[in-house]
Design a protein around this ligand. Structure first.
Ligand SMILES: *[C@@H]1O[C@H](CO)[C@@H](O)[C@H](O)[C@H]1NC(C)=O
Ligand SMILES: *[C@@H]1O[C@H](CO)[C@@H](O)[C@H](O)[C@H]1NC(C)=O
Ligand SMILES: *[C@@H]1O[C@H](CO)[C@@H](O)[C@H](O)[C@H]1NC(C)=O
Ligand SMILES: *[C@@H]1O[C@H](CO)[C@@H](O)[C@H](O)[C@H]1NC(C)=O
Length: 287
């Protein structure tokens, strides 16, 4: 009798469970939830099987203090910009995408929803490629001057760079090699202005730079690699011609060109004059 009771109870429970899941299944929840983050601009993306549903995005810090993202309440888009919500940066955030349903009793039932994976902007936001200049100090040393990429974070009017956020955690990896050679050397610099010493005199070198954050997990330590920038190997001039030098060179070339043209024009005119003079005198004096 007891076993029959248990079986009956189990059956009813199963039935109730099947009905409740079937019910839940009719409400589309967000799927394929993922974080995309570059230079601290962080966007949550998802997809939905049926269109015309609205979503509200909630988020929590360390799984506590759940709150709505003010810009992502009842939105029909399948994305939410959480850039300004995920601060402080070095915390673990979770988002919860709730499907908005009419007449839903949010106080007693759990709404249809999907959790995101954990995300820590400080450790996981991708860092874009940097811009830098290379300037020679003397025949065997150059200064690599790196511009810290700007983030999407503003404090008042000021837009923060990655240096403002990472501070001393930010380093740069610099790869360099002789133009035309395959042997690469790497140095790590903890400053945005780095000196590369012991270069071969009179050689052209190519440089590439990437942000490097040693405190991060292995797969996010390195930012994107920059484009390469090369110096010329001319031992006389040393390295990169500055803008001033280029302007100077072009000015000199133009001057020379103008002089040549002027002289040519003057010469031609002289000769023409002499020729016509000769012809006139010839025709006017019959032999
Ligand atoms: C960072 O970039 C990698 C490589 O492009 C990508 O696979 C990853 O999803 C990106 N991470 C974030 C958080 O955007
Ligand atoms: C969002 O949608 C829900 C359900 O349709 C509704 O109860 C709520 O008032 C809406 N909120 C806003 C801010 O429009
Ligand atoms: C690096 O570049 C910045 C701006 O491009 C400049 O203000 C700064 O003086 C440069 N530093 C060095 C050491 O060349
Ligand atoms: C940067 O590197 C230099 C030389 O490697 C070291 O002396 C200095 O303490 C470092 N600074 C920081 C802030 O780590």
């Amino acid at each position: 009798m007891a076993s029959l009771n248990t079986a009956l109870c189990l059956g009813v429970c199963m039935f109730a469970w099947i009905i409740s899941t079937a019910d839940m299944n009719t409400v589309p929840t967000a799927e394929n939830v993922r974080w995309v983050s570059l230079d601290f601009k962080t966007i949550l993306l998802w997809s939905a099987k049926e269109p015309d549903h609205k979503f509200t995005v909630w988020y929590s810090v360390d799984d506590e203090n759940w709150q709505e993202s003010p810009d992502c309440i009842n939105v029909s888009e399948l994305e939410c910009d959480l850039t300004n919500d995920l601060q402080p940066f070095d915390r673990i955030y979770t988002a919860d995408i709730r499907t908005d349903i009419m007449d839903y009793d949010y106080t007693t039932d759990e709404p249809p929803h999907t959790y995101s994976s954990h995300f820590n902007p400080y450790k996981e936001s991708n860092i874009s490629a940097v811009k830098f200049t290379v300037k020679s100090v003397d025949k065997t040393r150059v200064i690599v001057n790196i511009t810290d990429p700007l983030t999407s974070i503003h404090i008042g009017q000021r837009q923060l760079s990655i240096r403002d956020i990472f501070l001393n955690d930010l380093q740069y990896k610099i790869i360099y090699y002789k133009a035309g050679s395959t042997g690469k050397k790497t140095i790590t610099s903890n400053s945005s202005v780095a000196e590369v010493p012991k270069l071969d005199e009179g050689q052209g070198y190519c440089f590439m730079v990437a942000a490097f954050i040693p405190s991060r997990p292995q797969n996010t330590k390195l930012g994107a690699w920059s484009e390469q920038s090369c110096t010329h190997g001319d031992p006389g001039i040393g390295t990169d011609l500055s803008l001033g030098a280029w302007v100077g060179a072009i000015f000199v070339l133009l001057t020379v060109l103008i002089i040549i043209i002027t002289v040519t024009v003057l010469c031609c005119r002289r000769r023409q004059e002499r020729n016509t003079g000769f012809q006139t005198s010839q025709s006017s004096t019959p032999i």
